[in-house]
Design a protein around this ligand. Structure first.
Ligand code: GCU
Length: 329
């Protein structure tokens, strides 16, 4: 309830303080929510998106960004985007699984063979258009993706070499059924929770491990409590920019085109920024936070999750998209 009161208050404030269009005419101000801190590359790419929208519309459309989970967890902002309490949000592809099954494929471990094949698929509109519009009847649509790198397992104290070493390891996963099944298949004990709770859960021992890209160690400070990072390279999950469907429908064709172009350009902008930041994050974690980085027997992890691939291939709800991605790779 508290969250909804604060959402309503914020939106009312925006109505009073929105940005000014060049012509002095009433401009459209939209909200965009996400859960990363402002020094995170995804935040910077979203700022680029907002700048582009404002520039291309001569100030007639303006986007106000709420970072840091200020408007709630990913689950809450997806719900907000469905109802229109939030206009846009940036969430992980995994978080969308419980709202639109088409996204479940992104949490499938070892789906993409490499980062290059991930990009080839994500830049192929034949594949992404189907996924992005699949949720239109659920109140939102996908606009674009942002590279969120390769996810790896990190622990407070357990050393890992093969998937057998995951046995019983309490590992935080995103709230996604496929992510839960992934850790189970590896032999660990999955604990789904929202990102904002992970630091404290690691610190207090509610979980022993988590899995994420290396910016979780630095930008979200997990490296202060988890000192071992293992290159399991088990997933490449895109971050997604989604929009409230009614907002998109209510825009004129040229306004919609501006939003779509700005989204696409912000994705390209994000590319270099991401690679730079993730490399810096690894160096900072190593040198300033004493996090150790380890190679593992990756094949043992690939073998452990093979039954999940079979499930995706055989399930009529997922086989089409699974095969389409495999062809596009
Ligand atoms: C990534 C992703 C976030 C997500 C997080 C998580 O960092 O960019 O959007 O919340 O993973 O593991 O929950």
């Amino acid at each position: 309830m508290k969250k909804w009161i604060s959402l309503v208050t914020i939106i009312a404030l925006i109505a009073l303080t929105g940005c000014q269009s060049a012509s002095g005419e009433e401009e459209k101000t939209f909200t965009l929510a996400h859960n990363q801190p402002t020094d995170h590359p995804v935040h910077q790419s979203l700022e680029r998106f907002a700048e582009l929208v404002e520039e291309k519309s001569d100030g007639a459309m303006c986007i106000k960004i709420y970072p840091n989970g200020e408007l709630g967890s990913e689950r809450e902002v997806i719900e907000g985007t469905q109802t229109g309490a939030v206009d846009f949000s940036k969430v992980s592809g995994s978080a969308l699984e419980s709202f639109e099954p088409a996204y479940s494929v992104f949490s499938l471990p070892y789906l993409f063979e490499s980062q290059e094949s991930f990009k080839r698929v994500m830049n192929n509109e034949d594949v992404t258009d189907d996924i992005y519009m699949e949720s239109a009847d659920k109140g939102f649509r996908g606009l674009t993706y942002y590279d969120a790198g390769v996810r790896n397992v990190y622990t407070k104290s357990r050393m890992i070499e093969t998937s057998e070493d995951m046995s019983g390891l309490k590992t935080r996963v995103q709230p996604s059924q496929t992510s839960v099944q992934m850790i189970e298949a590896m032999g660990g004990t999955p604990t789904p929770m929202s990102y904002g709770e992970v630091y404290t859960a690691l610190q207090s021992g509610v979980i022993d491990a988590a899995e994420n890209n290396a910016t979780a160690l630095t930008n979200s400070n997990h490296g202060e409590v988890a000192k071992n990072y293992f290159y399991t390279e088990h997933a490449i999950v895109p971050d997604m920019l989604i929009a409230n469907e009614n907002i998109m429908e209510s825009l004129s064709d040229s306004e919609r085109q501006i939003i779509e172009e700005a989204a696409e350009e912000s994705t390209s902008y994000h590319e270099d920024l991401w690679n730079e930041t993730v490399n810096e994050a690894k160096a900072t974690a190593k040198e300033e936070m004493n996090v150790e980085f380890y190679e593992v027997d990756k094949q043992s992890f690939i073998d452990a999750v093979q039954p999940l691939h079979e499930e995706f291939q055989n399930d009529p709800d997922t086989s089409d998209i699974y095969n389409k991605i495999k062809e596009a790779e």
